[in-house]
Design a protein around this ligand. Structure first.
Ligand SMILES: [Zn+2]
Ligand SMILES: [Zn+2]
Length: 191
């Protein structure tokens, strides 16, 4: 995606976000906060009780993702990891809100920054954390490492990681085998 394309998208999204947030707030699914939205205090939201749509675990407050779909209504995911898997399965989405890992407010998924591969694993593996701003993500990265990505790049990175995990083991072994065979076993354990 080019900067121009990104700018074009960002220019459109704020209005859409407010409209959709209002819609969600009216039905009590989110509580509008300054510059964002949060899940309601009451634990009896459909999202909170249903658990993650992918892995079924209880949705942690700090990493919750809310996906509004036309056909299936509101879906919840435990963290961006499961949310991205879910987004690959469902075709149409109106709105995706991710929870900022540091402050807990919900922000539009397109505008959040994501960290993959940090030393913090909070929910699913490979872990991916969302941040409201790139600045926050950079501060977090300084302490805990990882790579900062935008939404689109993060989704691509997660797909790559998933397909690597699913790749048959022998393929990896064959690729590494020549080096392992030529190396002397004794050199690995010197006496
Ligand atoms: Zn999950
Ligand atoms: Zn998760």
């Amino acid at each position: 995606m080019t900067i121009q394309e990104l700018m074009a998208e960002l220019a459109v999204s704020p209005m859409t976000i407010h409209r959709d947030l209002n819609k969600l707030a009216e039905t009590g699914r989110v509580v509008k906060t300054h510059g964002g939205a949060a899940l309601p205090e009451t634990p009896e939201t459909p999202v909170a009780t249903a658990g993650c749509a992918i892995c079924k675990r209880t949705i942690p407050e700090r990493t919750a993702v809310v996906i509004q779909t036309e056909r299936q209504g509101i879906l919840g995911a435990c963290c961006p990891h499961c949310a991205m898997a879910l987004l690959d399965r469902i075709r149409t989405t109106d709105l995706v809100l991710v929870t900022d890992f540091l402050y807990g407010q919900m922000v539009n998924a397109d505008e959040a920054a994501y960290i993959i591969g940090s030393s913090v694993t909070y929910c699913c593996r490979p872990g991916i954390l969302a941040f409201a701003t790139w600045e926050d993500a950079e501060h977090f990265q300084r302490g805990f490492g990882g790579e900062i990505l935008g939404f689109v790049q993060a989704r691509e990175a997660m797909r790559r990681k998933q397909s690597l995990q699913r790749a048959p083991q022998p393929l990896t072994w064959e690729a590494q085998a020549p080096a392992a065979i030529t190396g002397s076993p004794r050199s690995e354990r010197p006496r």
